[in-house]
Design a protein around this ligand. Structure first.
Ligand SMILES: [Zn+2]
Length: 175
């Protein structure tokens, strides 16, 4: 993926953007992911429309979430998912954290070898289409509010028989 633009989010100046973004966020129980229920891109990641001129018209949802919490995210910084759930917008250890592209690739390689205990364990082994399908299922599962049962079902769709691999809520994700 091409490097994203630097993104600044100011709590006062961009209050309306933040309010709009928050409406797309469904929080789970403490320690769990917060799931973005806005638009989903072909890659399975959330998309948030900014329409800024000048500036990014549309950004990945986790990138906006990170910038909203920290004030900005620099051009070369990747908002990566330690929980391996592409729709997660919970900023903090165990979920959306800042990293380099190298960090992100190393993390994904580690996941692929079976490490980690997050919500989406193993999802990086999925192809793009399967990841997108899983993201849509996950979004549908929480559209009426958080429902752990339905979240589990959604996550199982792409990985039949592997539901028992998931720990719920994820272990080791203090904020
Ligand atoms: Zn998460």
């Amino acid at each position: 993926m091409a490097t994203a633009q630097r993104l600044c989010v100011d709590l006062d100046r961009d209050a309306q953007e933040i309010t709009r973004f928050t409406r797309f966020c469904v929080a789970g129980p403490p320690g769990a992911c917060t799931i973005y229920v806005g638009a989903i891109g072909d890659d399975g990641y959330g998309r948030f429309w900014l329409g800024r001129r000048p500036g990014p018209a549309v950004v990945r949802a986790q990138r906006f979430a990170y910038a909203a919490v920290h004030g900005e995210i620099a051009e070369r910084v990747v908002a990566m998912h330690e929980c391996d759930n592409p729709l997660c917008v919970a900023v903090g250890r165990g979920h959306v954290v800042a990293g380099t592209q190298a960090d992100n690739l190393a993390h994904m390689a580690g996941k692929h070898r079976g490490g980690g205990s997050g919500l989406g364990r193993g999802s990086t082994g999925l192809d793009r289409e399967a990841r997108r399908a899983r993201a849509h299922a996950l979004r549908a599962a929480v559209l009426d509010g958080w429902n752990s049962e339905r979240v589990r079902e959604a996550l199982g769709i792409s990985m039949p028989g592997q539901d028992s691999l998931f720990t719920w809520p994820p272990i080791g994700t203090p904020q």
